[in-house]
Ligand binder design. Structure first.
Ligand code: GLN
Length: 484
């Protein structure tokens, strides 16, 4: 059952080939047996899942089943879940039990999905390797000595290891696409404003966006149908009709104009990864798409701009963790100042502290214009690069990451090397554009991802493009060793 896609599970449940209780028990048993190898799941909600599965089976029997009725999924531990601990990968929130659901969580509940638990992640979604999690790193199912990517590494590893058929994730600078690439699965970061951020713990509010992870583009379409909605509780959520992302998957892609940015194939890209991506591009050409060389000249400025803007916003967002209202509180504070300082010193990990320091510095009087103001100007330039490109092409393609999964510890002492991991993904967040990663090859027995960037609100076309690729190739069907 765990090798079936979400599309197949939905059909199997409706045809009564199996029940949601059977399915839920099966995945819970897999998590219990296998997750010790991966550390992908922080909290398992077995009792609640089984209760939801019983309810789903009743609805299926009565013939009033909503879209995802009875389908088990996992939520990244950044989405608030009513009555279930939401840690955000941090000691600071290790004891936090939200009294409400994030809108995304609510949408899945309305759709009848069964939540198996919450996935591991980099602390406050800051990282590219899952090494910053308070709960320890997640292991890549393809290579246990290598990272799964981050920050949504738990969701990606869980889907790759068939601990769940799909999972939610978030992407501030690449955290859906990079782990999807490194774990050999499909992940999509929607247009900024497409998916509600309400109840999604904030890292950098102008960049954060939730999205789905699954094995196929077809499944991502099903999950996005549920995740995307207008929500007046998120003032940046955009009131725009949600198309049926499944409806256009089978359209042909003849005549599709694919922009191939010169800057995404420059020095620093592993030659074998480049080969896999170029072979994928040739497959699109074979299907009648046209490759157009384009330039995104400000690509090189995206990492520096991001590492001013994201820490600046994070430093403001994270002031709320002060030991007063919720989360971790230090023992026996001597006064209010001691309460604040010790709570934050003890509750946050090193990478989070580094970001708070950088962010606070960039925003301080006297430096604001030189750093934050400048970074915002660069952001405009990056956005204009894409606007120009999309006058010429329908989608943009390139590698998701410079190389396949790297080994644990190999970039831990060098934050800049780690930050460069997101060189191809960060620009889309700065521009607010949607992007996805699709498995397109193997290098050293590790997966490689093809990135597809779309124009604003063009997720349907991206999913259609990815689906057509997956109809002609089988990279998305490969299974890590030991996962039968
Ligand atoms: N790796 C990037 C960072 O550390 C992006 C993380 C993310 O998208 N949440 O900030």
């Amino acid at each position: 059952m765990h090798n079936l896609t979400i599309a197949e599970l939905v059909k199997g449940l409706q045809d009564k080939a199996f029940s949601s209780v059977e399915l839920t028990q099966h995945f819970l048993a897999r998590i219990a047996k296998l997750d010790a190898n991966y550390n992908a799941v922080i909290t398992v909600t077995a009792d609640q899942a089984l209760k939801a599965a019983v309810a789903a089976d009743k609805r299926l029997a009565a013939g009033d089943a909503p879209a995802l009725c009875g389908v088990p999924i996992l939520h990244k531990d950044i989405f608030c879940t009513d009555g279930v601990r939401t840690s955000c990968g941090s000691k600071m929130l290790d004891n936090f039990i939200p009294p409400y659901n994030a809108t995304v969580v609510e949408n899945f509940e309305q759709a009848g999905a069964v939540v198996l638990g919450k996935t591991n992640m980099d602390e406050f979604a800051m990282g590219s390797s899952n090494e910053t999690s308070f709960y320890g790193p997640v292991k890549n199912p393809w290579a246990s000595d290598s990272v799964p990517g981050g920050s949504s590494g738990g969701s990606a590893a869980a889907v790759a290891a068939r601990l769940a058929p799909g999972a939610t994730a978030t992407d501030t600078g690449g955290s859906i696409r990079q782990p999807a690439a490194l774990c050999g699965i499909t992940g999509l970061k929607p247009t900024y404003g497409r998916v509600s951020r309400w109840g999604m713990i904030a890292f950098a509010s102008s960049l954060d966006q939730g999205g789905p992870m699954a094995r196929t583009a077809e499944d991502c379409a099903i999950l996005l149908n549920c995740m995307a909605s207008y929500d007046d509780k998120d003032s940046t959520c955009i009131d725009r009709e949600v198309p049926d992302y499944s409806a256009t998957l089978n359209d042909g892609i003849k005549g599709l104009k694919i922009g191939v940015p010169r800057e995404y194939f420059s020095e620093g890209l592993d030659p074998e990864t480049e080969k896999a991506v170029r072979t994928a591009l040739a497959e699109f050409e074979a299907q009648g798409a046209e490759l157009v060389e384009i330039s995104l000249p400000n690509t090189g400025l995206s990492v520096p701009a991001y590492y001013v803007i994201a820490p600046a916003e994070a430093s403001a967002n994270l002031t709320r963790f002060d030991g007063v209202r919720y989360g971790y509180r230090c023992e026996n504070p001597s006064d209010l100042n001691d309460l604040y300082t010790r709570t934050r010193a003890e509750g946050f990990g090193d990478e989070v502290k580094r970001r708070i320091l950088i962010g606070t510095y960039c925003l301080s009087a006297g430096y604001y214009d030189a750093y934050y103001g400048k970074a915002q100007q660069v952001r405009q330039l990056i956005q204009q690069d894409f606007e120009k490109a999309f006058q010429q092409v329908d989608v943009i393609m390139g590698p998701t990451t410079p190389s396949p999964a790297f080994k644990f510890g190999s970039k831990g002492d060098d934050p800049v090397a780690m930050y460069l991991e997101d060189i191809y993904t960060i620009a889309t967040n700065l521009a607010g554009l949607p992007g996805m990663s699709v498995p397109c090859g193997m290098v050293d027995e590790k997966p490689v991802g093809l990135q597809i960037i779309g124009n604003y609100f063009d997720e349907a076309r991206m999913l259609n493009t990815a689906h057509q690729f997956q109809q002609a190739t089988d990279w998305h069907t490969l299974t890590p060793e030991g996962i039968a």
